[in-house]
Design a protein around this ligand. Structure first.
Ligand SMILES: Nc1ncnc2c1ncn2[C@@H]1O[C@H](COP(=O)(O)OP(=O)(O)OP(=O)(O)O)[C@@H](O)[C@H]1O
Ligand SMILES: [Mg+2]
Length: 390
């Protein structure tokens, strides 16, 4: 068929590989409201940060990007960056990174152009030595000994045009290494800033584990960074997601499509996006409606092929014992198993299997649903694992 502009299909509106554009963001109303309230509190000098937790592909980056627009709406300065692939983060390099990002952001912000030269010059003098944190901002006589005073200096430079500084730190799980040492450091910095009511907010997002529910020994952290966990979409969120995307493409939705897509994906944002992306590719050029047939055509290869890259981290990259555990769970109804069943089938003692289970939970492949009972995090992971064992 001839490829005429205006004819044929609208480009696939589903993009499983990238965070959603804030204008296409759906749901998470409570979580966003929570964020908005804490930001308002921060602006009035009562500092309130939070942490965003959630597994692979649940929408952490999308959430931070959405928060960025809220920050801008409230005339605050959003500073987004990722700690992806940074292993050797120390207090010094973290402090330097935060100040470096303030500097870059100030330079790119049009509204700050007038003062940006001055601020940039001041920020350029930040120096951190290895013997401890030595952050300099300004001339020698204005030397600031630590991160909080460097942040205070940055705040003083921009406070006429901004209501707060908000750091949105993606892939921040590295901050909880060594018993959350770096999170505790940031908490101490925020406490100092609170004394002077300097409105700075820090939002780390990642696959957090230890700062989890109170009573895990990190309650002071939970107070400074109360954790909001992003869960799978509800049915309503899945529906809003599908409608919004397909409307853009001028594609109608047949009865039953939303139900089936939500059930198959369990509302997992990445899985749902990938599922619809794939179903969309099954539509012919002249079709203007997505139907159950397109979804069924996708089902054949979805878990084993389309999601292979996503699932391989949970199975292909783990050890033999963990693979054996996942295989048993995949074969069971509901993807569930218990420690006692695993002990029996694998003929290994409790204390040998427990560390593997703990690691699988930590990596997000399985969830602990009850004492000694576990479940695959997604039923399609079961399909994938079964296929691997064929
Ligand atoms: N609230 C939302 N509205 C619409 N789409 C969303 C939303 N949240 C996530 N998505 C979609 O789900 C997919 C995964 O989202 P995202 O990349 O933000 O997740 P993540 O938790 O940061 O993943 P990772 O663990 O890989 O970093 C993307 O395709 C994104 O477009
Ligand atoms: Mg992400």
């Amino acid at each position: 068929m001839e490829n005429v502009v205006g004819a044929g299909k609208h480009p696939n509106p589903f993009n499983p590989g990238s965070p959603v554009d804030p204008s296409d963001f759906v749901g998470r109303m409570q979580e966003l409201e929570n964020f908005r309230q804490r930001l308002r509190q921060t602006v009035t000098g009562s500092l309130a940060s939070m942490a965003i937790a959630g597994g692979y592909g649940v929408g952490k980056t999308s959430f931070l990007h959405k928060c960025t627009t809220i920050v801008e709406d409230l005339d605050a300065l959003p500073i987004y960056f990722s700690l992806n692939e940074i292993d050797h983060l120390t207090r010094e390099t973290l402090a330097r990174m935060l100040m470096q990002r303030v500097k870059e952001k100030v330079q790119e912000e049009a509204i700050l152009q007038r003062i940006s030269g001055e601020v940039a010059r001041a920020l350029a003098r930040i120096r951190i030595t290895t013997g401890g944190i030595e952050v300099r901002l300004g001339e020698a006589e204005e030397e600031f000994p630590n991160l909080q005073s460097a942040l205070r200096g940055a705040w003083n430079a921009i406070k006429k045009s901004k209501s707060a500084i908000v750091f949105l730190i993606d892939e921040a799980h590295v901050l909880e290494r060594n018993r959350a040492e770096l999170l505790l450091f940031l908490r101490a910095v925020l406490e100092q800033l609170q004394l002077e009511r300097i409105p700075i907010m820090i939002i780390p997002a990642g696959k957090f584990t230890v700062s989890g529910p109170s009573g895990t020994g990190f309650s002071p952290l939970v107070r400074t960074f109360p954790q909001v966990t992003l869960e799978n979409f509800t049915k309503e969120e899945s529906m809003a997601f599908i409608i919004k995307k397909l409307q853009q493409a001028g594609v109608a939705i047949s009865e039953g499509v939303v139900d089936k897509a939500h059930a198959t994906s369990e509302g997992h944002p990445y899985v749902l996006t990938a599922y619809l992306w794939s179903a969309y590719t099954k539509m012919k050029d002249d079709e203007k409606e997505i139907t159950l047939q397109h979804l069924s055509a996708t089902d054949i290869e979805f878990a084993t092929s389309i999601l292979a890259r996503f699932f391989s981290r949970f199975y292909d990259q783990v050890g033999r014992q963990s693979k054996a555990i996942l295989t048993i769970m995949a074969k069971n109804a509901g993807g569930e198993s218990s420690l006692s069943e695993l002990v029996e089938i694998l003929k290994k003692p409790n204390n040998e299997l427990s560390p593997h289970l703990a690691k699988l939970v930590q990596d997000g492949a399985i969830a602990r649903i009850d004492r000694g009972r576990y479940k695959l995090f997604h039923h399609l992971l079961g399909e994938y694992v079964k296929e691997k064992n064929k």
